[in-house]
Design a protein around this ligand. Structure first.
Ligand SMILES: Cc1cc2nc3c(=O)[nH]c(=O)nc-3n(C[C@H](O)[C@H](O)[C@H](O)COP(=O)(O)OP(=O)(O)OC[C@H]3O[C@@H](n4cnc5c(N)ncnc54)[C@H](O)[C@@H]3O)c2cc1C
Length: 252
C-alpha cells in the first residue's frame, strides 16, 4: 500500500473508513480509475464499539460477502448494551444478536477488497477545483514529500469534529464535484451508530459519480435527492435522543 500513486484518477476518495470503502466498491465495476488515500498506516486503529447492526450487515454481505472470522471480537455476537447513568443505575437495551468487530480489521478487509488502489500514510492537505478537474495537494508521510494528484471527482472524509449536524440539523453534502460522505457529511445517528449510513452514503456517492462521469449529470443534485431518506432518519434519531434526554437539541 506504500506505492507511489499515479498523477491522474477519475475519482480520489479520502479516508479508508466504511464510507470510503463503499464508494470505492460501488465504483469498482465501472472501470473507473479510483484511488483511496488514508492518512494513517493501514490497518489503522479506530475508536468504536464495532457493533454491526442489521443494515450495516446487509450492505456488507451484499457487497463483500461474509465478514471474516479474523475481524470479530470475542464473543462474536452482542445481545444488547447496558447504559449506566451513574455507578448505581443502568438500563439494558437488548437487541437481536449483532456481529461485534475490531474496526481495524473490519475496515481493512473492506478496503483491501474494494477494488480501488490504496495509498496509506498519505494525507490530503488541500485542493483546488478548476471546474472540469480538481487538483489535490497531499503529504506522503512515509517519504516526507508533497504529491499532487489530479481527479475528476473527490469524495471526502474530514474529521467529525467539524460537523454540527446534531445541533443544527444541517448536512454538508459537498460542492460541485466534491462530495462528502459518512460522518463528515453529518451522517451519524443519535445513538452513536454510524457505519450503516457511512456505507449507504458511500454507495450513493459512487452511483451519482458514475452518472456524472458517464452521462454528464449533476452528481451533487442527484446525491442530495438520494440521501433524503437517510437524512430524515438521522434527524429523527436525534429528535428521539433529545426527547429521551429531556433536551431540546435541534431546532427541527
Ligand atoms: C466511541 C464510538 C463508538 C462507536 N460505536 C459504533 C458502533 O458500535 N456501531 C456503529 O455503526 N457506529 C459506531 N460509531 C460510529 C462509527 O465509528 C462512525 O460513524 C463511522 O466510522 C464513520 O465512518 P466514515 O467512513 O464516515 O469515517 P471513518 O471511519 O472515521 O473514516 C475516515 C478515515 O478518514 C481518514 N482521514 C481523515 N482525514 C484525512 C485526510 N485529510 N487525509 C487522508 N485521510 C484522512 C481517517 O484517518 C479515517 O481513517 C462509534 C463512534 C465512536 C466515536
Amino acid at each position: 500500500m506504500g506505492n507511489m500513486p499515479k498523477k491522474n484518477y477519475d475519482v480520489v476518495i479520502v479516508g479508508a473508513g466504511p464510507s470510503g470503502a463503499a464508494a470505492a466498491r460501488g465504483l469498482a465495476n465501472e472501470r473507473l480509475e479510483v484511488l483511496i488515500l488514508e492518512k494513517k498506516k493501514l490497518p489503522r486503529y479506530k475508536m468504536c464499539s464495532g457493533i454491526i447492526f442489521k443494515k450495516s450487515q446487509d450492505i456488507t454481505e451484499r457487497l463483500w460477502g461474509k465478514i471474516p472470522d479474523s475481524a470479530y471480537v470475542t464473543p462474536k455476537l452482542l445481545k444488547g448494551v447496558r447504559l449506566w447513568s451513574d455507578n448505581k443505575h443502568f438500563s439494558d437495551w437488548p437487541f437481536n444478536s449483532a456481529p461485534n468487530v475490531w474496526r481495524s480489521e473490519y475496515d481493512y478487509w473492506l478496503i483491501k477488497n474494494s477494488g480501488a488502489e490504496v495509498k496509506d500514510c498519505c494525507s490530503l492537505k488541500g485542493f483546488k477545483d478548476y471546474g472540469n478537474y480538481i487538483m489535490l495537494e497531499c503529504h506522503d508521510t512515509r517519504n516526507n514529500e508533497t504529491i499532487n494528484i489530479r481527479c475528476k471527482y473527490l469524495v471526502r472524509k474530514t474529521g467529525c469534529m467539524g460537523n454540527d449536524m446534531c445541533t443544527s440539523g444541517r448536512f454538508y453534502l459537498g460542492k460541485g464535484k466534491v462530495l462528502l460522505v459518512g460522518e463528515a457529511a453529518g451522517f451519524l445517528n443519535a445513538f452513536g451508530e454510524g457505519i450503516s449510513c457511512a456505507l449507504s452514503t458511500g454507495l450513493f456517492a459512487a452511483e451519482v459519480i458514475t452518472k456524472g462521469i458517464k452521462s454528464g449529470n449533476d452528481a451533487l443534485a442527484i446525491y442530495t435527492e438520494l440521501t433524503k431518506l437517510e437524512r430524515r432518519q438521522t434527524k429523527m434519531s436525534w429528535k428521539l435522543g433529545a426527547k429521551i434526554a429531556g433536551r431540546d437539541l435541534m431546532p427541527i
